[in-house]
Ligand binder design. Structure first.
Ligand code: BJW
Length: 242
């Protein structure tokens, strides 16, 4: 990394929130260890057993709001980057937690949805919601009250804000992926697009991801250590620091 950047895109995954106490998906002690992904993260799973799926997200919603769950040094560093960077910064997260916002970032793109929001299965209207939802909790947004579901993008559903994501990646001169295993598309394909459009690409992870060969630069270690270092280097390249 040697240049001054004007348009930075940062993609984050579960690894950035791991040190805040939020479980990742594919680790040995990850969320998918104790339940089948088909049962809790597909529309078919929700139709087959809505109570089970609501309970899975109710537990995670409640955990996210526990006192001990706080943004870690990686989230805080990205908050500082947004505050100090003179160019354009787009944070795209696959995470459904709100730790980027609590770390100081605004306008975060939550491509896989948000845990503290629910939506009407009929109208698609999204509202903030911090408590549990159960079968029978209806949205009153129109004449046909309908069931509320977690505002989450499950497998087979289209991720959110794809147009904004495509545009940001086209314009990026630096693309950084932090704490994502590269198993899930379209997010895992963003690095390839960013490179095609000419961005420098950096992977930050505990270990090489499934798409590590697509990255020009790799930094392996804890997000709480590597992200503050990276942010410091980016800010040192700013014209006023030169
Ligand atoms: C640390 C760390 C520390 C730990 N410091 N690092 C065949 C081929 C290609 C694609 C497909 C296919 N068949 C089906 C598809 C598409 C499908 C897909 O990708 N399937 C694959 C499994 C093959 N994708 C979809 O269905 C998506 N929709 C779609 O494609 O629509 C079509 C379309 C797209 C675009 C335009 C138009 C149409 C939807 C995907 C929805 C994903 N949903 C989930 C669950 C919901 C959210 C929730 O319940 O929380 O989202 S799945 C789950 O995986 C979750 C995550 O956001 C996502 C990614 O996981 P992530 O973040 O990478 O976590 P982990 O656990 O895998 O990795 C953590 C990493 O952190 C590890 O690498 C650790 O090393 C690291 N780490 N501690 C740094 N301290």
């Amino acid at each position: 990394m040697t240049a001054h950047y004007a348009n930075i895109v940062i993609l984050t995954g579960a690894g950035i929130s791991a040190e805040s106490g939020i479980q990742t998906f594919r680790a040995e002690d990850g969320l998918w260890e104790n339940c089948r992904v088909e049962d809790v993260a597909t529309p078919e799973g929700f139709v087959a057993d809505p109570d089970f799926v609501q309970d899975f997200y109710n537990q995670r919603r409640s955990k996210l709001q526990e006192k001990g769950i706080k943004p870690n040094a990686a989230h805080l560093a990205l908050g500082q980057l947004q505050a100090k960077f003179s160019g354009s910064l787009t944070i795209i997260t696959q995470n459904i937690d709100d730790l980027h916002e609590r770390g100081g970032n605004t306008d975060v793109i939550h491509m896989h949805g948000e845990l503290l929001k629910v939506r009407c299965v009929v109208s698609g209207r999204v509202v903030e919601h911090k408590g549990d939802i159960v079968t029978g909790d209806l949205c009153s947004c129109c004449e046909h009250p309908a069931q509320l579901r977690p505002h989450i993008v499950w497998f087979g559903e289209i991720p959110l804000e794809m147009e904004a994501i495509d545009l940001a990646i086209k314009n990026a001169d630096l693309f950084v992926a932090i704490g994502t295993s590269g198993n899930v598309y379209p997010a895992a394909g963003f690095v390839q697009s960013a490179r095609l459009y000419g961005a420098h690409t950096i992977e930050v992870n505990l270990q090489p991801s499934m798409v590590e060969n697509q990255f020009e630069e790799k930094r392996y270690g804890k997000a709480s250590v590597e992200v503050p270092l990276l942010v410091e280097q980016i800010l040192q390249m700013e014209p006023e620091s030169e």
